[in-house]
Write a new protein. Structure first.
Length: 132
């Protein structure tokens, strides 16, 4: 818990430092325009690519295939779009990493490995609410 708090505080400090630097370099108005452009880009890309991924998931299900890869693409896309909407240039850069297909492949592979390890260690619990 303490480590997470330190990481969050360091992130906020870094983000504010970058915003101040960009604001001094480009001007306050241009900095705000860039931030709004990033947010609109995040919303646009999620809307545009989200439909495409939804169609891929639907096609996988129609072919009776497990849509694991399509679901991971969708998750990466949502995370990337969310990071673009979060104000700041560091979050925009992180969001871009989730949106570039070649980088997304590497990120998906790492997430899958992490999830497999987490499940193997017993970190995943499934609770069914269905009555018997």
């Amino acid at each position: 818990m303490r480590k997470a708090l330190i990481v969050i505080l360091l992130y906020v400090l870094a983000e504010v430092s970058v915003l101040v630097y960009v604001g001094r370099t480009l001007g306050v108005l241009n900095t705000f325009l860039l931030l709004f452009a990033g947010a609109f880009f995040g919303v646009w890309i999620v809307k545009r690519q989200g439909l495409s991924i939804f169609k891929r998931i639907r096609a996988d299900l129609d072919q009776r295939k497990i849509p694991g890869d399509s679901l991971m693409d969708g998750a990466c896309l949502l995370i990337g779009g969310f990071l673009f909407v979060v104000p700041g240039f560091i979050s925009d850069l992180a969001g871009l990493l989730f949106l570039v297909p070649s980088l997304r492949f590497s990120i998906k592979r790492r997430i899958v490995r992490w999830l497999q390890e987490w499940i193997r260690r017993g970190g995943f619990w499934f609770v069914s609410l269905r009555r018997k």
